[in-house]
Design a protein around this ligand. Sequence first.
Ligand code: AMP
Length: 225
Amino acid sequence: MVLLLFGPPGCGKGTQSRLITNWLGIPAISTGEMLRAEYEAGTGLGIAAHSIMSNGGLVGDDVVSQMLVRRLALSDCRHGFLLDGYPRTVPQAKFVDNLLIEKGAPPVQVLHLDVNPSVLVKRMSSRRQCPVCGQIYNLVNQRPKREGLCDDDGTVLIRRKDDHESIIRERLKGYDQVTGPVLAHYASANYRRIHGDRPPAELFDEIAAILEPCFVKVRQSRGRH
Ligand code: AMP
C-alpha cells in the first residue's frame, strides 16, 4: 500500500503521517525531514539543499527523486509506505508513478488535507519541533506539557528557520503554483480531499475511516511474508 499525503506547508501532514503510520505499521517518508537530516549530517547534498530550503524554494527534482529511490529500497518499505512532501511537482509525480509500476506496487491512495492559507500562517508561526525525536507541537492548540520542552524526551523545542512569516508566505505561494498541478495529476486516482482545519484527533478519525480497507490489506500482506 502506498499513501501520498498532500497539503500545503503547515496543514498537519507531519502529525497525521505519524498517527497513520503508527496505526498501519508502515514508514512515513518525509523528503523535507530527509533533507534536514542530510544537512545535520553535513553532506554535500544537505548543504546545497539548505540554502534553497531556507529561502522557501524547492530542491531540484533529480536530487530529491534519487534520494527517495535510495530510501524506498530499504526493507521497511516492503509492505508499503507513506510519502509526506513528495511528489511536489508534476515531474516528481511522473517519476514516482513509474517507480511504483516498476516495483509492482498497487495503485496509490491520495489524501489531500485542505486548509485555508490564513489559518496556515498562524499555525506555522506557532509551530515548534523536537530536534531529537521530531515530535511536532503548536503553541496555540498542541502545547507541550512543560513550556518549551518535548513531552517525550525533555529536549528544548526549536522553531524551524522556514517557519517565519515571510518565508511561510513564500512557501505557500510556491505550493499553489507548483504543487497545485500535482493534485490535478492525481484527480482520477484514489483521491480524497479532507477538510484539515480541525483538531488532529478528529482529522485522524476521518482518515482512519477512509484507510480501513488498506489496514486489512497491510495485515494480509504481512501474514503472507
Ligand atoms: P517540508 O518539511 O515538507 O515542509 O519541506 C521543507 C522544505 O524541503 C521545502 O520547503 C523544500 O525546500 C524542501 N523539499 C521537501 N520535499 C521536497 C520535494 N519533494 N521537492 C523539492 N523540495 C522539497
